[in-house]
Design a protein around this ligand. Sequence first.
Ligand code: G3P
Length: 222
Amino acid sequence: MNIPVILTNFKTALSGTGKNALVLAKIHESVSQKTGVSIAVAVQAVDIFRISQEVCIPVFAQYCDGISYGSHTGWMLPEALREAGASGVILNHSEHRFSERKKLISAVQRAKEVGLFVCVCAETDQEGKELSEMCQADVIAVEPPELIGGDISISTARPELISHSVEQISRVPVLVGAGVKNGEDVRIAKKLGAVGVLIASGITKAENPETALLDLAEGAKG
Ligand code: G3P
């Protein structure tokens, strides 16, 4: 799988849940096809099967546990996500962090064992470096929590965090996110060495998600 240059996290947004999630995922597919930019969506586990049947862009889960088949009521089994059609998983998002590093490490291991592409989130460049050294993430996404869901992007408010992250996390490609809204944010992120962006509200709350996504994709092309 190509590394997504735009990874949209639907979280639990109204526009990203159930039937709405399918509509939004189809917009992502169409923009990816029109622009040639690698785009993926991270949806709620219950929406993975339906969406992955209907679109040909990668569908990510937003979380999984480091468990195997057995007695784990209510937990998220990597094999089940894979079988539902997930290609990847986001782990350690700041809204769903692992309480212990060893739990994150085993979730990464299990996800990799079943063939999921793993995006591990970090809140700082330093944490990103540590995580890149202790687990086999395919990409590290650095997002300062205070900017998540806000109007000011990491590219505007903390450009130095993007370049420091890219310097520190030298062995693994870096995505950046928090407050990303437009093509200029993506252009800056890429210019500073990130491979792309992790985004949510810039799309899920956009008046016209297709227009917003086209602008982001243009920014990704430079
Ligand atoms: O997972 C992406 C997310 O945390 C960033 O959210 O709304 O600032 O784009 P947002």
